[in-house]
Ligand binder design. Structure first.
Ligand code: ZN
Length: 103
């Protein structure tokens, strides 16, 4: 006998308490917390990422410098991924502000 996950439709054994595919909690009917997807070993660099986005919008030059710092974080794929976005946002804001000033 088997049952199916109400969230993703994965086939599960009757004794299962969590869906092995999506982490859905079959007893409380709630999705398991995000810790399922984010490995604890990874350093977060969350503050740097947030500051990067804030500065790239307000002071693009500083935002781009923070972005370069984030991109070079080898210990955190998340930080290097966001670093690229921070640099892109900074460059775009820089160009837009230049166009606004001189256009
Ligand atoms: Zn599921």
């Amino acid at each position: 006998m088997s049952k199916f996950c109400p969230n993703c439709g994965e086939e599960l054994i009757d004794a299962a308490k969590f869906c092995k595919n999506c982490g859905y909690n079959l007893e409380s009917g709630e999705k398991k917390s995000q810790s399922y997807e984010i490995p604890v070993v990874e350093k977060s660099h969350t503050l740097g990422i947030v500051l990067g986005y804030v500065f790239s919008l307000l002071i693009p030059l500083i935002g781009i410098i923070i972005g370069i710092y984030l991109v070079t974080r080898d210990d955190s794929p998340k930080a290097s991924r966001h670093g690229k976005y921070v640099i892109i946002v900074g460059v775009v804001v820089w160009i837009l502000s230049a166009l606004t000033l001189f256009g």
